[in-house]
Ligand binder design. Structure first.
Ligand code: FAD
Length: 376
């Protein structure tokens, strides 16, 4: 039975970064993935993911974000690929909304460059935006997006170069502690290691039963449409956005990588699901939800549909991440429940998982992400 220093289960966003960070420290690492690398059945496909510094969700994410930016740049250097594209970011909503107040709080506490723009000034600067008159926007110049699938490919390639073993198309069926280490059973065999890192995304609850109610999969849909005014949606003319509107929380991107303006809505149609039984068909109701946002706030993008894709969120009860050591097994580190906003952090989560695995702690304050907050 092969013996490793560490096994990482799930080689998606968090797992690919963790495998790399462990391998570059000289550990003998095995990354195990049930599908291909990359693939389109988890949470990380669809070209790109927003990264933003003015974090409305909580100011304690900002130090992690600063490190995430550094590590994305480092990965670009290692891979020779462009992975982080800066467009500026817009956080929009009514002035007293959690989005605007939270974003301003992060900017103030962490001294981030920003501007508060009323709807008409945002439109004058970025003509695609047609916020409602009672909405305002926090514009932060460091926002942008990460090329998600290319980032996973880059991490896996770099990990292989550091000597990691990666096995795809090999589902993990179960694991158990063995002495001070672990034993992992897959469809092809069994492996032992001193440490285990669980980064299984929407399948987290199937590999660690205590996560079943704490990391709940939800069906999402992304749409790309042909802009009627392509100039307004090109890179350089359109910052990424996150918008709190009466119709829901929308987010979107300039045209990049594939044709069309990309838009989604958090908690799309509120469909909790099982990661193995997701409805991957696209329905007229899926499109209708996103068209509503386009027609109201981005009418110049209301052209023909170019693509629709399903994807999975994995929600924790408070929508903050779960990053911790297993409460009973110090040799097991867990990263789960990224609640639809985790990708931008994958680079720093990889580093944190390597720190938790090798040293038992991280230099970052992980108080917001502890399992204990749920009584686990
Ligand atoms: C539509 C959509 C839009 C989003 N937009 C943004 C955004 O703009 N910005 C942002 O920061 N975040 C965004 N997110 C969230 C972000 O993409 C996720 O938080 C992130 O991708 C989660 O990474 P992960 O590693 O947990 O999951 P994944 O990348 O899915 O990786 C988990 C991996 O584990 C593997 N696995 C599971 N079980 C097993 C097993 N038994 N054996 C072997 N392998 C296994 C899976 O196959 C998968 O590859 C979005 C998510 C979605 C769905």
């Amino acid at each position: 039975m092969p013996q490793y220093d560490a096994i990482v289960v799930g080689v998606g966003a968090m797992g690919s970064a963790a495998v790399y960070q462990l391998a570059r420290r000289g550990l003998r690492v095995l990354g195990i993935e049930r599908f291909d690398i990359p693939h389109d059945r988890g949470s990380s496909h669809g070209v790109n993911r927003i990264i933003r510094l003015a974090y409305w969700e909580h100011p304690s994410y900002v130090p992690l974000l600063r490190r995430a930016y550094e590590l994305w740049r480092e990965l670009e250097h290692v891979s020779g690929e462009r992975l982080l594209v800066i467009t500026g970011s817009v956080d929009a909503g009514p002035e007293e909304s959690p989005t605007v107040e939270g974003s301003l709080l992060s900017c103030t506490l962490h001294h981030l460059a920003h501007e508060l723009l009323p709807a008409d000034r945002l439109h004058a600067r970025f003509p695609a935006y047609r916020l409602a008159p009672d909405m305002v926007a926090v514009y932060q110049p460091d926002g942008g997006f990460v090329l998600s699938e290319r980032a996973i490919v880059s991490y896996v390639t770099a990990a292989l170069d550091c000597g990691a073993d990666i096995r795809a198309r090999e589902p993990v069926l179960g694991w158990e502690p063995e002495g001070h280490g672990v034993r992992v059973r897959t469809s092809r065999g069994a492996y032992t290691a001193s440490r285990l890192v669980l980064t299984a995304g929407a399948w987290a609850g199937k590999l660690a039963p205590m996560l079943a109610r704490l990391a709940v999969p939800e069906r999402q849909v992304l749409m790309w449409t042909q802009p009627r005014e392509p100039e307004h949606f090109r890179l350089g003319a359109f910052p990424v956005f996150n918008m709190e509107a009466p119709e829901g929380r929308f987010y979107g991107f300039p045209v990049f990588g594939v044709p069309g303006f990309k838009i989604g809505r958090y908690h799309h149609r509120g469909e909790r699901t099982d990661a193995d039984e997701v409805d991957r068909e696209l329905h007229p109701e899926d499109e209708a939800v996103l068209r509503e946002g386009i027609r109201r706030y981005f009418p110049d993008a209301d052209g023909p549909t170019l693509a629709l894709k399903t994807c999975l969120f994995t929600n924790s009860p408070d929508e903050h991440f779960i990053i911790d050591v297993h409460p009973d097994l110090p040799q097991v580190a867990i990263a789960a429940g990224f609640s639809g906003h985790g990708f931008k952090f994958a680079s720093v989560v990889g580093e944190i998982m390597a720190d938790l695995s090798t040293e038992g702690h991280s230099r970052f304050d992980l108080g917001l992400f502890r399992l204990a907050r749920f009584g686990a």
